[in-house]
Design a protein around this ligand. Structure first.
Ligand SMILES: O=P(O)(O)OC[C@H]1O[C@@H](O)[C@H](O)[C@@H](O)[C@@H]1O
Length: 452
């Protein structure tokens, strides 16, 4: 029996399915299993009559407790404040924000309701680890109920600098919420810098040490913890995937792959335009390259996501119309999810992995693509400088996703890169992915939280 204090994770999503895909799920499972912990999150049920207490979901290696949302809460807390205000803001798109006072009210109310339901579950020596932007006020709500346990927050997405943060209706409030945590974790140095500037300029924050802030009269520690993947499992999954030659036979071309939720932050239209430019400029590549973009739907009720779908489908159609031959479809756009093992096999077959977001917390697809490669004949990762991953994956081809020429040149370079260079780059990248895997991430974070 572990003697570690129990870990309580609170996140918007609770993993309830049999196929826990997505980096966060894989990441937190690990940390919970070892401390006999509890994960609290949204059940996925939107109902007029939510249960007054957290509901138990047996069958996992840790306890899972869920809450339901009413339709109004779902609109205001999840679709509204979280995904129509904070998400676009944190991804450098304040123009896409839809600011409504009821969104903030609903967001605050849901955080308060979760805190009240969580209270009877807590023990004095628990550590509480709150995940992501849906739950910024959680520590403030728990403190108001008298909770003195260590409470940490980890932000999976970028945090904006003062110019964008100023677009919030009440920017100082965000920093006041954050001031109730013991430890704030960020994905990248870039985020820590942006947080420091915004806290100073918009909330009178005072940086008293490199990793310490005085905010709203309280001390908060800040640190960068770049999240990783379950590297060992992914390497095995990819190596065991069905033989790669099938896809090559099917297409007769080298595959370039992108796998992203269909989100405007992922830079998918920009990527398509760069590919179009590549095919215009280098006709020799026709029939030698085939681009597979998998982009499962996400947050379809929000208008900006409907727009991105239309734009992406239109561009894919145009590229195929312009370049396809009887034997070759230049681009395949698939708007649905695939199970992890299938993706692992596809990554391994792909000569190029495209990870080109306009803004991204970390981007774990970059790490999964590297882990999936055959070390003897690996593919090439093309990575946006705006993904948090770029800070630790310098051996990728680092590009500016806004510049179609830069991206098209990288695609051409990746197509003709020698095996020796591919191996060298891959070996360096793989070492980082394996050394800083998800177990390292959660261990490092929890050690820092405990050492308060
Ligand atoms: O939960 P959603 O809205 O489907 O989005 C998927 C994930 O997107 C991620 O990038 C967020 O950081 C997560 O918190 C979120 O769960």
């Amino acid at each position: 029996m572990s003697t570690e204090p129990r870990l309580i994770v609170v996140s918007n999503r609770l993993p309830l399915g049999d196929d826990p895909s997505g980096g966060l799920v894989v990441a937190l499972e690990d940390a919970l299993r070892s401390s006999g912990g509890v994960w609290v999150g949204f059940s996925g049920e939107v109902t007029d009559d939510p249960a007054p207490d957290l509901q138990d979901h047996p069958g996992a290696a840790f306890q899972r407790l869920s809450f339901d949302l009413t339709p109004q809460e779902h609109d205001e807390y999840y679709l509204g404040y979280s995904n129509s205000i904070l998400w676009p803001l944190c991804h450098g798109r304040p123009n896409l924000m839809r600011i409504r006072p009821e969104y903030l009210d609903g967001y605050a109310r849901v955080n308060q309701r979760i805190a009240r339901m969580l209270l009877p579950v807590l023990r004095p020596d628990d550590r509480i680890w709150v995940q992501d932007y849906h739950l910024f006020p959680m520590a403030a709500e728990l403190r108001a109920l008298g909770v003195e346990n260590p409470i940490g927050h980890f932000l999976h997405i970028p945090i904006p600098g003062p110019a964008d943060c100023a677009a919030l209706p009440n920017p100082a409030q965000l920093f006041d919420w954050l001031s109730h945590y013991d430890l704030l974790g960020f994905q990248a140095e870039r985020d820590l810098g942006a947080f420091a500037e915004s806290a100073r300029q918009l909330a009178d924050g005072d940086q008293v040490a490199p990793d310490r802030f005085r905010l709203s009269g309280r001390m908060v520690r800040t640190q960068v913890f770049p999240i990783g993947i379950d590297a060992a499992a992914f390497i095995t999954e990819a190596a065991d995937a069905p033989d790669s030659d099938r896809m090559r036979l099917l297409t007769g071309a080298k595959m370039m792959i992108g796998v992203d939720r269909l989100d405007y932050s992922k830079g998918i239209p920009q990527r398509f335009r760069a590919y179009q430019l590549l095919l215009e400029k280098i006709p020799d590549l026709h029939e030698k390259i085939s681009f597979l973009q998998i982009a499962p739907p996400t947050r379809g009720e929000v208008e900006a996501y409907q727009d991105i779908r239309e734009e992406t489908e239109h561009l894919a159609g145009r590229i195929n119309g312009q370049f396809a031959t009887l034997n070759w479809t230049p681009i395949r756009f698939i708007h649905r999810p695939f199970p992890r093992p299938v993706l692992a096999g596809l990554y391994r077959q792909a000569r190029i992995g495209l990870v080109t977001p306009l803004a991204d917390g970390m981007n774990l697809v970059a790490k999964e693509y590297v882990a999936a490669q055959n070390p003897d004949d690996p593919g090439v990762l093309i990575l946006s400088r705006f993904a948090g991953a770029a800070e630790t994956m310098a051996e990728a081809l680092i590009i500016n996703p806004h510049d179609p020429h830069d991206l098209a040149v990288a695609m051409a370079q990746a197509m003709r890169m020698s095996q020796a260079e591919r191996r060298d780059r891959h070996a360096a990248l793989l070492k980082g992915v394996v050394d800083h895997d998800v177990a390292w991430w959660s261990r490092t974070y929890l050690e820092a939280l405990t050492a308060r």
